[in-house]
Design a binder for this molecule. Sequence first.
Ligand SMILES: Cc1cc2nc3c(=O)[nH]c(=O)nc-3n(C[C@H](O)[C@H](O)[C@H](O)COP(=O)(O)OP(=O)(O)OC[C@H]3O[C@@H](n4cnc5c(N)ncnc54)[C@H](O)[C@@H]3O)c2cc1C
Length: 497
Amino acid sequence: MNKFDVVIIGGGLGGLLCGNILSREGLSVCVLEKNNKLGGCIQSFSKNKAIFNTGLNYTESLGEGEVLYQYFKYFGIMDKIKIKRLDIEHFDKISFDNDKNEYPFAQGYDNFIESLSQHFPSEKQNLKKYIKDLEEVCNIFPMYMLNGSSEKSHESKLLNIGAFDYLDSITKNPKLREILGGMNSLYAGVKDKTPLYIHALINYSFIRSAWRFVDGSSQLAARIADVINENGGKIIRSTKVTKLGGANNEIEYAELENGEKIFAKTFISNLHPYNTLKITEPTLIKKAFHNRIKSLDNTIGMFSMYIVLKNKSFPYINYNHHHFSDVNVWTTRYNKKTWPEHYMLYTPAISKSDEWADSIIALTYMDFKEVEKWTDTYIEERGSEYLDFKQRKAELLLDKIEEKFPDIRKHIHCYYTSTPLTYRDYTGTPEGSSYGVLKDFSKPLTTIITAKSRISNLFFTGQNLNMHGILGVAISSALTCSEVVGYEYLINKIIKA
Ligand SMILES: Cc1cc2nc3c(=O)[nH]c(=O)nc-3n(C[C@H](O)[C@H](O)[C@H](O)COP(=O)(O)OP(=O)(O)OC[C@H]3O[C@@H](n4cnc5c(N)ncnc54)[C@H](O)[C@@H]3O)c2cc1C
């Protein structure tokens, strides 16, 4: 059978969740994933028996009754995943060179205010206002608050506020301002572009509660896929879609690398919108739409270090470190000469021990220009110059980490690294961008991609819509599927799950 109600191109989190929702609603679905492994950015892998996550380091609001909990319950996976809550008094610690303090992000809004007020006693009222303002911004996203409201976020003036400008207005203390932006690596924020709503949705839900997956993030993709299979959906791996063909403003089929055509009434693309347009029959694409999508900037990519630790050598740490060279947390300060200016570091959670870590993951931004000369190469075939480049970068990152963790090198058994090219080749994201389309508060409606494309039966899903991240993509998937099954109907089902 090669005809379905819905064909989904891409088996990343967004594609799998659409498959989950629509197969539960009785539609016949087929998910087509180019890689052998499902999950896109939420894949994990193991090296020397240590497990590494590629793009799900921690997640948010999974406590009973909280927003992601409610989505996961509706998806039928909440009781099937292994998660661990991060330390209540500090799920994140923010630090800077030349400052021995580590500024805590505590879970729970009152805790958060109290613990930062200990470092900034005169800022308590501002911190209270900060949390209230975050809630107000989140309130314009009914799919986020799950409160039954049908307010339309795209009509709100709050979309036009910049994250940096807002933080600068909430406090006169530059250090507190940058600390509040300390989770920057979760959205690769650009000072004069990133909207407040991105900052607010992420910070408000992580401060509510913060969690790690135990034994790797791949389980999330696997459990979502289980539900698709149980509902009779089909998932085909190692199958790259090379063309979306059709006529008269309608997609008729997805064509695979081997020439096979898969037909459907509705098509959902989990790919970056630019990549979707690249494989779509050109006569179906309106020029203005093509130009708009082509003109979008993307968020910066990451250099990741996957460190295998010696046995029982380094403790498991139940929080994340976000360290910055300077009191400036924004990606705009990227400087090739002084790289790395920042890192996020943590020890993945494993079921075999709460005491010792098997591994460390450290991430820092990397401009695509640094790897541009290997653009025409593919994973594991890039040559020795690229390997030398990666090693040089890894040692620079270790030098930086060593300033805070002086004996880190003595715990290392070996390490592996990835660059934006790795992400480009595994997930197809342009220039290995971490979070897809860069949102811009000065042109919110141009940079927010809606689920509806200009082609009648083609929809977008995934991180390039309103929001990236696990919660962001869960919401995007629900928004996409609401175009197929109805908004009120779906949101009520999620609320009542
Ligand atoms: C380094 C990094 C760290 C992150 N850390 C966190 C974190 O701690 N917490 C958090 O919440 N979020 C985090 N994220 C973000 C989160 O992982 C992503 O927003 C989310 O997983 C994106 O899902 P997606 O489905 O939109 O896209 P993707 O994961 O990119 O999925 C797209 C899928 O489409 C497939 N595909 C592409 N082209 C084709 C084709 N032609 N045919 C068939 N299939 C195709 C790809 O292989 C892929 O599986 C991180 C991301 C990165 C990169």
